[in-house]
Design a protein around this ligand. Structure first.
Ligand SMILES: Nc1ncnc2c1ncn2[C@@H]1O[C@H](COP(=O)(O)OP(=O)(O)O)[C@@H](O)[C@H]1O
Ligand SMILES: [Mg+2]
Length: 245
C-alpha cells in the first residue's frame, strides 16, 4: 500500500494553465475517484503525477510515501511503485503485449504459467499476446490490455484513467471485478466519467475536477448521484461558493 498527495499543484502545458492549485491526499489503502467533465484536467493530473515532461509544474509539490517526487523522472516514479492504465495508450508496432508481460514477470517463478493465468483472468486468448501493442485493438481490448499490464507490474499505487469507457457490459463486469480485487491490497486513483465502474469497485472518497480545480470532495456514491441528476453544472455552483460537499 502507498500514499500519494498533491499540494497546491498548478500545471501548464504549452504555456496554458490546465491545473490550478490542486490539493489531493490519498492515504495508504484508500481508493479515490476523480470525476469531471471533458477537458477538466483529469488526464493531465495523472500525466503530471507520472512526470511526463510536457506537463510543467509551475508551483506545488507531489509526495509519494512521504518523499517528494516532483522532480523525479517517470522511470524513478514507476520504480517507486506507481502504475497507470492509460485512457488512450499509443499503438506501438513491433512491441508485442507478450514482450511487456515477460519484462514484468521475468523474475517470477513459473512466469509462463502466470502469463496464461493473467490472460484468462482478463478474457484474452493466449494468441492475443503476439499482437502488436494496441494496434487495431478494439476499445474494450485496449482497456483489458492496460489492466493485464497492471496485474503483471503490481504497482502499490495505481491510477486508472477511464477504464470503463467504451467497454461493453460483459467486459465491464470482467474489468470491474479485476480492478476491485487488485485494489483490495492497494491504494489508487480511479478516473471515471459516468461512474459505471463504481457498480463493481469500492471507493473511499471522490473529488470533482472542474476547469483544473477541485470543486468538491465527498462520498463517491453521493457525488455521482448528484452529477447524474444535475450534471456538472451542480459542481460549478459548488466551485463558485467554495462549498465542500
Ligand atoms: N499535451 C497537451 N498539449 C496541449 N493541450 C493539452 C495537452 N494535454 C492536455 N491538454 C489540454 O488540457 C485540457 C485538459 O485535458 P485533459 O487533462 O485530457 O482533460 P480530461 O482528461 O479531464 O478530459 C484540455 O483542454 C486539453 O486539450
Ligand atoms: Mg481524460
Amino acid at each position: 500500500m502507498s500514499s500519494l498527495s498533491v499540494e497546491n499543484l498548478s500545471v501548464e502545458v504549452n504555456g496554458k494553465r490546465i491545473l490550478d492549485e490542486v490539493n489531493l491526499a490519498i492515504p495508504k489503502g484508500e481508493v479515490h475517484v476523480l470525476f469531471g467533465p471533458n477537458a477538466s484536467g483529469k488526464t493531465s493530473l495523472l500525466m503530471t503525477i507520472l512526470g511526463f515532461p510536457n506537463y510543467k509544474v509551475v508551483s506545488g509539490e507531489i509526495w509519494f510515501n512521504g518523499v517528494s517526487i516532483t522532480n523525479m523522472s517517470t522511470d524513478e516514479r514507476v520504480r517507486l511503485g506507481i502504475g497507470v492504465a492509460f485512457q488512450n495508450p499509443p499503438a506501438i508496432r513491433g512491441v508485442k503485449l507478450a514482450d511487456i508481460l515477460h519484462n514484468f514477470l521475468k523474475s517470477e517463478p513459473e512466469a509462463k504459467k502466470k502469463e496464461i493465468e493473467l490472460c484468462e483472468t482478463l478474457n484474452f486468448t493466449k494468441d492475443f499476446l503476439s499482437r502488436d501493442l494496441n494496434l487495431c485493438f478494439s476499445g474494450g481490448e485496449v482497456k483489458r490490455s492496460e489492466l493485464l499490464q497492471i496485474l503483471a507490474q503490481k504497482p502499490s499505487f495505481v491510477m486508472l484513467d477511464e477504464p470503463d469507457s467504451g467497454v461493453d457490459i460483459e467486459n465491464l463486469g470482467v474489468i470491474g471485478k479485476v480492478i476491485n480485487d487488485f485494489l483490495k491490497e492497494r491504494s489508487g486513483l480511479l478516473i471515471t466519467h459516468l461512474g459505471y465502474i463504481l457498480r463493481y469497485v469500492k471507493a473511499d472518497k471522490a473529488h470533482v475536477l472542474i476547469e483544473g480545480k477541485v470543486a468538491c470532495s465527498g462520498k463517491p456514491i453521493k457525488i455521482l448521484d448528484q452529477i447524474l441528476k444535475e450534471g456538472y453544472g451542480w459542481c460549478e455552483k459548488c466551485l463558485k461558493i467554495e462549498k465542500k460537499c
